[in-house]
Design a protein around this ligand. Structure first.
Ligand SMILES: O=C[C@H](O)COP(=O)(O)O
Length: 251
């Protein structure tokens, strides 16, 4: 049985004053599900003491190498050293703003696994791809090329984030989410055999307390990768509670 996980990606938001939100989320999160907060790198070391059995801290990106003369970069090993246990790789904002290719995302995910982190590997179709009816082909190509060797449930999470749903207030229907998650599961099975059954697949894109229950009821949804609504405990805790309720139904 896969444990459900609510992941918060704080993106470029959050200063020391916001550590109180992380403390409130760590304290208030339903322990029946896992919770992950990925704050900006500047807050990881200060947030890490809140980590517990069902509460983890992660990074938002890592370099494909563990050290070297790469100004401004952060390695997976450094994230681990600061107290992170997870790292997001291949987020659509990195792919868009930093021209990250599947090859680079795969290398970053491999570096994460090598450092002992769990990689949260993001994929998602553009609006043009959705409208052209090639969503499943696009997801297949992107995911197959972004997966490193050696993925198992304990070191890999896949996040499906349609680009057109990120920060827009738009969300796919539960059927559309289930269709893509089903394809992702099939790709994982083909590549990793029975290990694929334990790899969690998250939906991401405009998840809020008001739509969380509907999204979590979709087939093969193991949780969510939440952006804006993860910044405040008052917004994120109800989403975590909705995930815990969904976990009871599927248990
Ligand atoms: O990583 C999180 C996603 O990009 C979703 O962001 P959002 O919940 O603000 O739409």
């Amino acid at each position: 049985m896969r444990r459900k996980i609510a992941a918060g990606n704080w993106k470029m938001f959050g200063t020391v004053a916001d550590l109180s939100q992380i403390a409130a989320i760590a304290t208030g999160a339903d322990k029946a599900v896992d919770t992950l907060i990925c704050p900006p790198a500047t807050l990881i070391a200060a947030a890490a003491p809140h980590a517990a059995a069902s509460f983890a801290i992660g990074g938002q990106d890592c370099h494909p190498l563990q050290s070297g003369a790469y100004t401004g970069e952060i390695s997976a090993l450094m994230l681990r050293d600061a107290g992170a246990t997870h790292v997001i790789v291949g987020h659509s904002e990195r792919r868009r703003d930093h021209a990250e290719t599947n090859d680079l995302v795969r290398a970053k995910a491999g570096a994460a696994l090598e450092a002992g982190l769990t990689a949260v590997i993001c994929v998602g179709e553009s609006l043009e791809q959705r409208e052209a009816g090639i969503t499943l082909d696009a997801i297949t190509a992107e995911l197959e090329a972004s997966l490193p060797e050696g993925c198992v449930g304990g070191n890999t999470i896949v996040a499906y984030e349609p680009l057109w749903a990120v920060g827009t207030g738009l969300i796919p229907t539960p059927q559309q989410i289930a269709e893509v998650h089903g394809r992702i599961r099939a790709i994982l099975r083909a590549r990793f055999g029975h290990e694929a059954e334990m790899i969690r697949i998250l939906y991401g894109g405009s998840v809020k307390a008001s739509n969380a229950a509907e999204i979590f009821a979709a087939a093969d949804v193991d949780g969510a990768l939440v952006g804006g609504a993860s910044l405040k405990a008052a917004d994120f805790l109800p989403i975590i509670a909705a995930l815990a309720a969904a976990a009871l139904v599927t248990a």
